[in-house]
Design a protein around this ligand. Sequence first.
Ligand code: T46
Length: 139
Amino acid sequence: MDIELIEFDVKGDKRGSLIALEDGVNTPFDIKRCYYIYNTKQGVRRGFHAHKNLQQLAVCVSGSCRFFLDDGEITQDITLNTPNKGLLLKGLIWREMYDFSDDCVLMVLADQLYDESDYIRNYHDFQNLVQQKTTTRHE
Ligand code: T46
């Protein structure tokens, strides 16, 4: 699966901790957008989509949440519960986020501006696209 867990350097001193994410220094792509998800109600599951062409780095800067990931062949479950690790999502991956703690702030950096036409929000469309890509690869 086209994912990676990236660990960031923590600048810690007696006052506490600081993490800096800088374009081209310790981020895997040039950042065009940042958004964050917080105040998620108990039991809520979000996501339910894949992206055609988008790289994202998800960091749980407070609290915890889980990602269910599916690339059409295998599935994986990842827990994000520390601000010093980021989940890099690159390829065609169906994602669902769940188990948000009350204090969860999920920050996401993206390499593209928001574009609804980049979303695949139907699971069958996602499966078809995975199939097409697999067929093209084997031709
Ligand atoms: C993803 C996961 C991890 C915007 O207007 N601009 C934005 O940059 C984003 C991300 C969303 N929106 C609007 C679109 C919807 O009306 O905010 C609303 C909620 O978005 P959505 O239902 O897509 O949120 P999630 O939590 O299901 O998914 C989000 C991202 O959209 C998605 O790219 O990978 O977080």
